[in-house]
Design a binder for this molecule. Structure first.
Ligand SMILES: O=P(O)(O)OC[C@H]1O[C@H](OP(=O)(O)OP(=O)(O)O)[C@H](O)[C@@H]1O
Ligand code: HPA
Ligand SMILES: [Mg+2]
Length: 187
């Protein structure tokens, strides 16, 4: 059945894809990996607002090397529906990253348009190194070739909410990652 008005069913009614315990376990593992990879160095974690805020907060607490935070925000024009790759920077980094070890932190790598735009932009600042950490990777949806260096979970082509991820700005605070029912999307 299709309708034109989005509805916001309670998150508890949606199937769980990953529980908060599973997410915490993978986040700790990635944090340990980053700690090992950057031992003795300083890193800059750049979160992509708004979705990445929660994963960044947890990942940072699982990393045991000197680190600072920064945030960027982008706006995309119908990202999932056009292949133009039109992404615009709304908020830039606050501090220079030239010569620094940088990790861009995302909640989800989907078509790749957001991260491929941001990677190009950040490389212009000449960081010493640039890697990508993402909670979720949906490889089937990729429109441009880009891979993350640290991935908590690979998922099939299904829309998810929770742990920072939204549907129409809702559900970001849900602490499990759940499958959003397509019939509620109203398209
Ligand atoms: O790989 P892509 O197809 O570019 O999609 C992934 C991006 O889309 C979502 O952000 P969105 O732009 O919806 O904003 P939000 O983070 O504020 O939810 C998500 O948080 C990623 O940033
Ligand atoms: O599955 C998703 N859920 C929420 N936001 C998203 N942005 C890209 N893919 C998704
Ligand atoms: Mg985002």
């Amino acid at each position: 059945m299709s309708n034109s008005t989005p509805t916001f069913p309670p998150a508890e009614t949606m199937p769980i894809l990953f529980t908060k315990d599973q997410i915490a376990e993978r986040t700790k593992a990635i944090g340990a990996q980053i700690t090992a990879d950057y031992a003795g160095q300083s890193i800059v974690l750049i979160g992509v607002l708004k979705g990445a805020a929660i994963f960044l907060a947890d990942l940072a607490r699982a990393i045991n090397v000197d680190n600072t935070f920064d945030f960027v925000a982008v706006s995309s024009y119908g990202r999932a529906r056009v292949s133009s790759g039109a992404v615009k920077l709304i908020k830039d980094i606050d501090n220079p990253i030239e010569g620094k070890h940088v990790i861009i932190v995302e909640d989800i790598l989907d078509t790749g348009l957001t991260l491929s735009y941001l990677r190009g932009l950040m490389l212009q600042h000449k960081p010493a190194s640039l890697k990508i950490a993402t909670c979720l990777d949906k490889p089937e949806r990729r429109l441009v070739p880009i891979e993350a260096d640290y991935v908590a979970f690979k998922i099939p082509n299904q829309f998810v909410i929770g742990y920072g991820m939204d549907f129409a700005e809702r559900y970001r605070g849900v602490d499990d990652i759940r499958l959003f029912p397509e019939e509620a999307a109203g398209h």
